[in-house]
Design a protein around this ligand. Structure first.
Ligand SMILES: Cc1cc2nc3c(=O)[nH]c(=O)nc-3n(C[C@H](O)[C@H](O)[C@H](O)COP(=O)(O)OP(=O)(O)OC[C@H]3O[C@@H](n4cnc5c(N)ncnc54)[C@H](O)[C@@H]3O)c2cc1C
Length: 403
């Protein structure tokens, strides 16, 4: 995927290698590779703190993908800090409780979100596209380089130097890798850690809400499968379904719609209604579920290069912590850089502060996903009836522990 860098470029890089004091008192600059939610949040936070920001995005244009995002209170708390909560709320449906049913529609448990977060931040659901678009607002598009990726990376004494595929050279105090769970830059320069397969095949799509008056998320649990409906604004909903598939039979999109319809054909309404309304033109996002086995931040010799968001710690979606943990990364990094006397000290403090929480969040998310997907049905349903939804139980711990 990466071409070897030419001698001319290496000479150019070395010529430009004058060390500068890039922290306090000097121009501080950051390169962000990847303009997903984490990268855009980082760009906003660093711009607000007065850093010069360059974003490099591999896609040539913004796509309108068919997924939704649920944002629990620790995510909306961080959106508020970024000054985005009001704008995001315009496009989002607020949820106040979650209910679990079995596949034939019998209620297993439900719990209100009230009182879960000490500062009562809301639970919101919206399309991924609306969230991404809102996060792009206010970011100077001239600072975003589309259709490019980093081809060469060189640590400098007090910064990093990068060469893009088109030969453009950028130097900055820090490089943030926000390229998602399959990040090529993480694999190439930080750690060749492969994401693990969770033994699940999943589908995500947006469609009309089969029960327009219901505004809270509801989850349906079968033997080896689960289906979640998140009501959105304007009569729409975001659906997520998965099936246990430890043998990796379902590998690609060619099986997507028929497998989805077979898997959920015996489910009660409203799942059945949603599935019946799909046809071969319906945009589905589907694939195997992967998670990072452990957080990966940076490495010796590349201390000013840092992975954030899914690139560092992509985890299972049950606790809906993907966006939240990326936003928390950004908030903590900004705080630690502000209070440290050097960039490297700030990054070291960031890693020390984030590792325990992120490890716990990922472990809990992945365990909960396995619990819901792999255990014996009767026993699982009994635990849910006695202990309540895994979502609210997980968040209770999450919202009360330090970021
Ligand atoms: C089935 C499923 C359901 C989910 N549901 C939820 C949910 O309800 N709530 C929630 O919070 N999270 C959810 N998540 C997780 C959430 O989608 C992710 O955690 C979140 O999108 C991660 O954002 P990111 O910016 O770190 O990475 P990404 O969204 O993956 O963004 C990475 C960006 O980097 C770009 N890129 C990649 N490689 C390069 C490169 N070499 N150079 C330049 N650019 C590059 C990509 O094009 C992309 O724009 C779910 C995930 C899955 C799989």
């Amino acid at each position: 995927m990466f071409e070897p860098i030419s001698d001319v470029l290496i000479q150019q890089l070395n010529k430009k290698k004058e060390p500068t004091n890039v922290h306090k008192g000097e121009k501080r600059s950051v390169i962000i590779s990847g303009a997903g939610i984490t990268g855009l949040a980082a760009a906003r936070a660093f711009q607000q703190a007065g850093w010069q920001t360059t974003i490099i995005e591999r896609r040539r244009q913004w796509e309108c993908c068919g997924a939704g995002i649920a944002l629990p209170a620790n995510a909306t708390k961080q959106l508020k800090t970024l000054g985005l909560l009001e704008a995001v709320s315009l496009y989002a449906q607020e949820g106040h409780a979650i209910a679990y049913y079995d596949d034939i529609g019998r209620l297993l448990c439900q719990e209100s979100f009230q009182g879960l977060h000490p500062d009562a931040h809301p639970y919101l659901a919206l399309s991924h596209h609306s969230l991404h678009q809102t996060m792009r607002e206010g970011i100077d598009s001239s600072h975003i380089i589309m259709g490019q990726a980093i081809q060469h990376l060189e640590p400098l004494d007090e910064g990093v130097s990068t060469v893009l595929e088109n030969g453009q050279i950028f130097r900055a105090s820090i490089l943030l890798i926000c390229e998602g769970i399959f990040s090529p830059s993480r694999v190439r320069w930080i750690a060749d850690v492969e994401p693990e397969d969770m033994g699940l095949f999943c589908w995500r799509f947006l469609t009309d809400n089969p029960m327009p008056k219901v505004t809270d998320p509801h989850l349906y649990l079968g033997q080896n499968s689960a289906f979640l409906i998140y009501p959105l604004k304007n009569g729409r909903c975001y659906c997520y379904g998965h099936i246990t598939d430890s043998f990796q039979r379902a590998r690609d999109a060619s099986v997507n719609l028929s497998l989805l319809q077979d898997t959920f054909s015996d489910y009660s309404r409203p799942v059945k209604t949603v599935i019946e309304n799909l046809d071969s033109q319906s945009p589905l996002i589907c694939g195997r579920m992967s998670v990072m086995p452990e957080p990966v931040w940076n490495r010796s010799g590349f201390e000013r290069v840092l992975c954030l968001g899914d690139a560092a710690h992509g985890c299972g979606p049950v606790l809906q912590q993907g966006v939240a943990q990326g936003l928390e990364d950004v908030a903590v990094l900004r705080e630690e850089l502000e209070r440290s006397s050097s960039v490297t000290q700030g990054i070291t403090a960031f890693v020390a502060r984030r590792t325990e929480r992120v490890t716990q969040v990922c472990q809990r998310s992945n365990e909960k996903l396995k619990e819901l997907s792999h255990t014996e049905v009767q026993a699982r349903n009994l635990v849910l009836k006695n202990h309540g939804p895994v979502h609210t139980n997980g968040w209770r711990w999450l919202f009360q522990t330090e970021v």
